[in-house]
Ligand binder design. Sequence first.
Ligand code: KG4
Ligand code: ZN
Length: 339
Amino acid sequence: MNFLTIESTCDETAAAVVTDKLEVLSAVVASQEQLHEKFNGVVPEIAARAHVERILPVIDETLARAGLSLQEIDAIAVANQPGLSGSLLIGLTAAKSLAFAAGKPLIAVNHLHAHIYACQIAAKKNVFPCLGYIISGGHTNLFRCENAITFEHLGGTIDDAAGEAFDKVATMLGFPYPGGPFVSKAAENGNPKAYRFPRTFLNNPERLQFSFSGLKTAVLYQLLGSGNSDLSKIDITEQERADVAASFEQAAVDCLVGKAVHALKKTGLNRVCVGGGVAANRRLRSELENRCDQEGVELHIAPMELCTDNAVMGAIAVERYKAGLFEDFDLDIVAGLMR
Ligand code: KG4
Ligand code: ZN
């Protein structure tokens, strides 16, 4: 069986054709990074307009690369939550229209669950039950995942997502957007103990939540120093820049790894599946690997092409198809972030 999966939750317009055996027949991602770069963040209205222009060409290209016509597709899946409302609406409208026109079943995908399912696609084996962990530019969430259908939200960020914090700190340090990888690169030459930045909620194992805004502000005040209110006028050496990057990264990674350990202890789970762009961070990967080794926990981190937003992870729809979970054409978007 062939599934057409559509993803437009944020600033990537993506589609894929995957089979019920989780083989990827084609996958296309049209990134909008260049459109948002000059604003140092995703502008929702620009994202929605770009999705409108790209969604049908991306779907056409995906079908062409798979060598299939729409009639040869057995079901159409779309990420309808969570995300930016304008962006979500474009993908959902395209999916509904195609499903209606071609008489195909419609399946709803939760974008966060799909990020976790990326680990199952990569591992080519069952990864459930597991602790699901999404660490991206838009989300930082922990889930208890019984199976590929049943996800219990354990907690998330109460302000910025981890990637957002990396990107904002990158802007403060003068790096281009999205700056997470630049902060990470600069941190390689820095001392992670040079500055002591806050690790919010880390000492409270009961609280499976994150907050990165205080950390971000602490970095800002460290950079501004006393009596300065303009970041463009700060004068720091390359070493100081590297030290700030490393100290920030260490604080963020301590929180991210610490909360995974808290969640594992609280749930009794012994497997973690991590998705989202920040999972590319080297310090995070190596510290997660070490802690999981120590705790005897199996760790899966989705490979890079499945970590950032893509439609292949929408293959979670295969599980919903098998469970008979189909949607009517009144399916709506659910935009809100999970806290
Ligand atoms: O999953 P993703 O595509 O985000 C959403 O669309 O939500 O991931 C992008 C995020 C950006 O915030 C980016 O700066 C961050 O992941 N990122 C990193 C690294 N590589 C990407 N953050 C820290 N270290 C990295 N190596
Ligand atoms: Zn995402």
